[in-house]
Write a protein that binds this ligand. Sequence first.
Ligand code: F6R
Length: 241
Amino acid sequence: MEIIVLPTPADVARTAADAIEEQVRRGPCVLGLATGSTPLGTYQELIERHRTGGLSFAHAQAFLLDEYVGLPSTHPQSYHSVIRDEFTASVDFAADAVHGLDGMAADPQAEAEQYEARIAAAGGVDIQILGIGTDGHVGFNEPMSSLGSRTRIKTLTRQTRQDNARFFDSADDVPDHVLTQGLGTIREARHLLLIAMGEAKAEAIAAAVEGPVAAICPASALQLHPHVSVLVDEAAASRLA
Ligand code: F6R
């Protein structure tokens, strides 16, 4: 694991964008995209480089990490909508190159299995962007998720629903269930880019990076991966030894 501590969130966003740009400029590739607040600066940076620096995503594919169950893809808080509005619609991905889980699937388990097959058919993820929850989740693998888990339906903890209430009218409107890539699925990506900013993430980052590999902190599973870059600002790094 390389841990890169940067002075500000803007530096974190630029450094994450550098890693993605390098991958994209190398040729056709598969990106793993997270939603939430954390990667927004990175996406802004990539949009800017597309507009002014000729960075093209025309030969890239993308797979989303997760999706709320029960929200149609047209709902403004579905991760389909969020990633389109915050990133993919502002660059030049080919039509059908951005893949997400269907939160309205009648059979969520079948949807999860098909999603795994689609990732495999694309050749696997080259670089996966990850945020981290205050409880140490990655994707929506909440504490006590199996470290080898595959894409499946999960129940959100009360903590995560409270954390995500800011995107909805109230915590009660946050769906209870999600479809998420599993920790085993995420660990198959060839390069993991874990990003965190702010004091609220400091404890989770310390547990993920310096704690034992244990299901109580799902992000600690990343310690088992051979190529992980952890990009944090000073505040998120403040509990590291
Ligand atoms: C989102 C995701 C989640 C978030 C995490 C942090 O696709 O997989 O693991 O990365 O909940 O959320 P923010 O970035 O909003 O603090």
